[in-house]
Design a protein around this ligand. Structure first.
Ligand code: ADP
Ligand code: ADP
Length: 227
C-alpha cells in the first residue's frame, strides 16, 4: 500500500540573482512499512525535502500525497491538524517543551488535538523507550539519548502514517545513536511504521531498507537494499 507519493517537487528559495533551487523536480513513492534513508552531501536538499514531506515548508511546485491526501491542497488549519495526526517529526536537537515533563511532552500531540490522554499507549511507549522511571522528569534533567527517546515517544503517540527524522542521532555519541536507531527500527519492523530518516552517517543509512541519494536537489540514485 502506497503511503507517500511525491510528484515533481521543486523548491526555490529566494528570488532573482540570489534564488537557490534546493529541490529540482523530485518524484518518488514509498510503501507502508518501508524504512527509507535519504543521503547526500551537505546542501543537496535533504532537510528541505524532509520539511516539505512534514508539512512544515511549502513547495514552490509539485505535490505531496500522504495516505492519499494532497497535503498542500489543505488550508492552513487543516494542514496543521493533518500534520499532528499523521506525521511524527524527530529533530536533531529534540525540540522538547522545557516546562513539560516527559509524560506531558509525549502526550502533547493528543492534547493539542483535543483528544483524551491514551494512558495505555503512553505506558507502552514509556516502557519500550526505557523511560518508565523518568516520566515526571523535565527535559533538562535527562541525557541527550533520553531526550531523543522522549521525542520518539511524542512522534509515535498518535500512531502516524509517517515518521520523519532529520539527523536524529546527529547530536549523540555512538552508543546512544545505536540505541535510537534500534528503537526506530523496532517500531518499523514490529508495527510496520513507515520511517524516513535524513542522515549523513553511512552506518545508519545501511540499516534502512532503501536508500535515496540526493545531489544538487535531484535524486541521483534510489536503491532497495533489503526487501
Ligand atoms: P541539506 O539538508 O542536504 O544540507 P538543505 O535542504 O538544507 O540541504 O539545503 C539545500 C539548499 O537550499 C542549500 O543550497 C541551502 O543553502 C539552501 N537553503 C536551505 N534553506 C534555505 C533558506 N531558508 N533560504 C535560502 N536557501 C536555503
Ligand atoms: P548518558 O548515559 O546518556 O550519557 P548522562 O551521563 O548524561 O547519560 O546521565 C546519566 C543519568 O543522569 C541519566 O539517567 C539522566 O537522567 C541523569 N541526568 C543527567 N543530567 C541530569 C540533570 N541535569 N538532572 C538530573 N538528572 C540528570
Amino acid at each position: 500500500m502506497e503511503i507517500l507519493r511525491v510528484e515533481n517537487l521543486t523548491k526555490v528559495y529566494g528570488k532573482g540573482e540570489t534564488a537557490v533551487t534546493a529541490l529540482d523536480n523530485v518524484s518518488f513513492s514509498v510503501e507502508k512499512g518501508e524504512f527509507v534513508a535519504i543521503v547526500g552531501p551537505s546542501g543537496s536538499g535533504k532537510s528541505t525535502l524532509l520539511h516539505i514531506l512534514g508539512g512544515v515548508d511549502f513547495p514552490t511546485s509539485g505535490k505531496v500525497y500522504i495516505d492519499g491526501t494532497d497535503i498542500y491542497s489543505l488550508d492552513r488549519s487543516r494542514l496543521a491538524i493533518f500534520r499532528r495526526r499523521q506525521i511524527g517529526l524527530i529533530y536533531q536537537f529534540y525540540n522538547l517543551i522545557p516546562v513539560l515533563d516527559v509524560e506531558e511532552n509525549i502526550m502533547l500531540p493528543l492534547l493539542l488535538d483535543g483528544r483524551k490522554e491514551d494512558k495505555a499507549r503512553l505506558n507502552e511507549l514509556l516502557t519500550t523507550l526505557g523511560l518508565k522511571d523518568r516520566a515526571k522528569h523535565l527535559p533538562n534533567q535527562l541525557s541527550g539519548g533520553q531526550q531523543q527517546r522522549v521525542a520518539i515517544g511524542r512522534a509515535l503517540i498518535t500512531n502516524p502514517a509517517l515518521i520523519l527524522a532529520d539527523e536524529p542521532t546527529g547530536n549523540l555519541d555512538s552508543k546512544n545513536s545505536a540505541e535510537i536507531i534500534e528503537l526506530l527500527k523496532l517500531y518499523n519492523q514490529k508495527y510496520n511504521q513507515t520511517l524516513i530518516i535524513v542522515t549523513h552517517d553511512e552506518r545508519i543509512a545501511l540499516q534502512a531498507s532503501r536508500i535515496i541519494s540526493l545531489e544538487d536537489g535531484r535524486i541521483v540514485s534510489d536503491e532497495v537494499i533489503r526487501p
